[in-house]
Design a protein around this ligand. Structure first.
Ligand code: HEC
Length: 147
């Protein structure tokens, strides 16, 4: 009898653990793997890189599309740095809407971080082509200064 109640208790404990566990999608698992630490140094050359892509409506539209599907889960739709994965992954993300955040980096630095990674931001160079990455830099700038 004693034995039985121990098993019953175990079942209850395991069952409630399953119920309270956060729902994890495949996309989240990928993002967690992505948030592995990367060195945070940026070469001087990269800082000076010129943005070859003017912030045309097409560039911003494309940047917004990719941002919404691949960046907002961490950076937040508005760029506030409070996406839905931030708490779980214990991330600290600069607020793109802040003038100080925008002023702290050149376009070349944003492009480098996006390509190679920086701290817990993983490099996206293997997944996103060069043009898309500059479109994203333009969109990040737009979040800091939406017209
Ligand atoms: C898994 C969460 C995650 C995802 C997804 C993600 N980022 Fe980040 N990002 C971060 C973190 C964390 C930082 C801060 C890194 C650090 O410590 O310097 C960051 C930093 C950045 C920075 C540098 C900001 C600055 O001023 O220092 C840029 C630019 C950036 N991310 C762009 C993007 C773009 C564009 C995407 C989508 C293609 C993206 N990120 C997707 C987590 C993420």
């Amino acid at each position: 009898m004693r034995h039985f109640s121990l098993i019953a208790l175990l079942v209850v404990v395991l069952f409630s653990a399953t119920l309270t566990a956060p729902i994890t999608t495949a996309e989240d698992t990928q993002a967690e793997a992505e948030a592995a630490a990367v060195p945070s140094s940026i070469p001087e050359e990269a800082k000076k890189a010129r943005n070859p892509q003017p912030a045309t409506p097409e560039s911003l539209e494309h940047g917004q599309l990719i941002y919404g599907s691949q960046c907002s889960r961490c950076h937040g739709t508005s760029g506030d740095g409070k996406g839905r994965l931030v708490e779980r992954l214990k991330l600290k993300i600069p607020d793109f809407r802040e003038p100080t955040t925008q002023a702290a980096r050149t376009d070349g630095e944003l492009f480098f971080i996006l390509t190679e990674g920086h701290g817990k931001m993983s490099g996206q160079g293997a997944r996103l082509d060069v043009e898309t990455r500059w479109d994203l830099v333009n969109y990040v700038r737009f979040l800091g200064n939406p017209e």
